[in-house]
Ligand binder design. Sequence first.
Ligand code: ZN
Ligand code: ZN
Length: 351
Amino acid sequence: MRAGHQRQPVRMLLILALATLPAALPAQTVSASWPDGFHNTTPGREPQTRDLLPWLWGRLTGPAIRHAPDEIARQPVDVARLHQRVDGLRVTWLGHSTVLIEIDGFRVLTDPVFSERASPFSWLGPRRLTPLPVDPARLPHIDAVLISHNHHDHLDVGSLRQLARQPGGAPAVYVPLGDDDWLREDGIPQVQALDWWQQVTLGPARITFVPAQHWSRHITRRGRDRSLWGGHVLQVGAVSVYHAGDTGYGPDFKAIGDRLGPFTLALLPIGAYQPRWLTRRQHIDPAEAVQAHRDLRARQSLGVHWGSFVLSDEPIQQPPGDLAEARRAAGVSEDEVMTWAIGETRSWSAP
Ligand code: ZN
Ligand code: ZN
């Protein structure tokens, strides 16, 4: 891994050009109640394509950013351990928003991205700067996949295809409204779309799709806000885990905590938060993650959505430092709102 400077004007211009193209497929009406696309619960100005121009100008004219992926703690996943079923909760962070959650042996993957780029193209888009800590083919059987939204650092069709071929059968794949039909057309089996607050049961698990403050667009398959976005609450017995996906700060956290909390563990994004003028509505920063942890009534939280891809202006290694500062300011311990090494596994005994 090399420390590098993120200053790639040609590549950024290509990304900008792609981002401004309409989706290749016509947008479909996904819900009669949202004829102009899906909306957040709190009205506000969402990030627009034209905001990318001043951001790009700032990147081209501002100081270079020192990304140092070598400074990010990581360890290979202990695969043999994962193949031994345990009671209670066991969680493994595979980098970014990809997390393996096991509760009493029921296995769920959130936002699986195994590819080298967070992009529909193998030659363009944010490249992985820290390696995946495991060969996904060596993971134990996955029962369900939870997809928060269709941005490419969360929904990777190649990874879903690989999981569909796993020994023992394809996992159930839960996606937001509007992302089911095109995934089925792309050959992904067992896809079910969920609306906010919709609940499904699968084996011992209850899964609830919950609101987030964000937006959606899949560069080649879905137009702007033509599919929904959100987080998930996974409950098995007395254990419950909240997976936020991508979200800005707002009243959704408190509503989720009131309706479904408290949580054994919350997976909260702590990366992609600079510059704030561009990212505030769509991504919480570390201080807002600490506040969200409290709003949710989570016993512990793990900071995710950092360390693998450069999606914004803070150095890739910076989120844990900013989180430590936010914890100090809020009087929260590092055991309560945590960061781990990429590839790390931790267990909680059955309550
Ligand atoms: Zn996103
Ligand atoms: Zn994201």
